[in-house]
Design a protein around this ligand. Structure first.
Ligand code: HEC
Length: 110
């Protein structure tokens, strides 16, 4: 029984590590984005009102402080970077959620 538990634990941890994109739980972050209304203006792979998340990830992939810059955009809103439509500010999101979302956006893949 004990061995069974330990083996189970090892597999469980390995699974968590494999999933963690840059220290976040990608599945949970995707759910957070859905719950936060991000998908009413964004989609993974197509431009809707705002840019596709894969395009955002591609644009900032080589920028060292991208997550911090995107956190600012999500929190305070953004305009003029992608087109003529601005993104409104998200004042009701917690700092922790904004950090998760800005880190997660950079991990979105097609
Ligand atoms: C009302 C529509 C709308 C909603 C809701 C929205 N966005 Fe946006 N988003 C936009 C638009 C439009 C842009 C392009 C803004 C620009 O050109 O600077 C954008 C841009 C972005 C960018 C790129 C910013 C940059 O600095 O390049 C990120 C990241 C982003 N959105 C993430 C999110 C996340 C995460 C959420 C959910 C909390 C969200 N958006 C909700 C419309 C929206």
């Amino acid at each position: 029984m004990r061995t069974f538990l330990i083996v189970g634990l090892v597999f469980f941890s390995a699974g968590c590590l494999a999933q963690a994109g840059k220290g976040i739980d990608v599945a949970a972050a995707t759910e957070l984005a859905k719950a936060s209304g991000c998908y009413s203006c964004h989609a993974t792979a197509e431009k809707v009102v705002g840019p596709a998340f894969i395009d955002v990830a591609a644009k900032y992939k080589d920028e060292k402080d991208a997550a911090a810059a995107l956190a600012q955009s999500i929190q305070n809103g953004s305009k003029g970077k992608w087109g003529r439509i601005p993104m409104p500010a998200h004042p009701s999101l917690s700092a922790a959620d904004i950090k998760t979302l800005s880190t997660w956006v950079l991990t979105v893949k097609p």
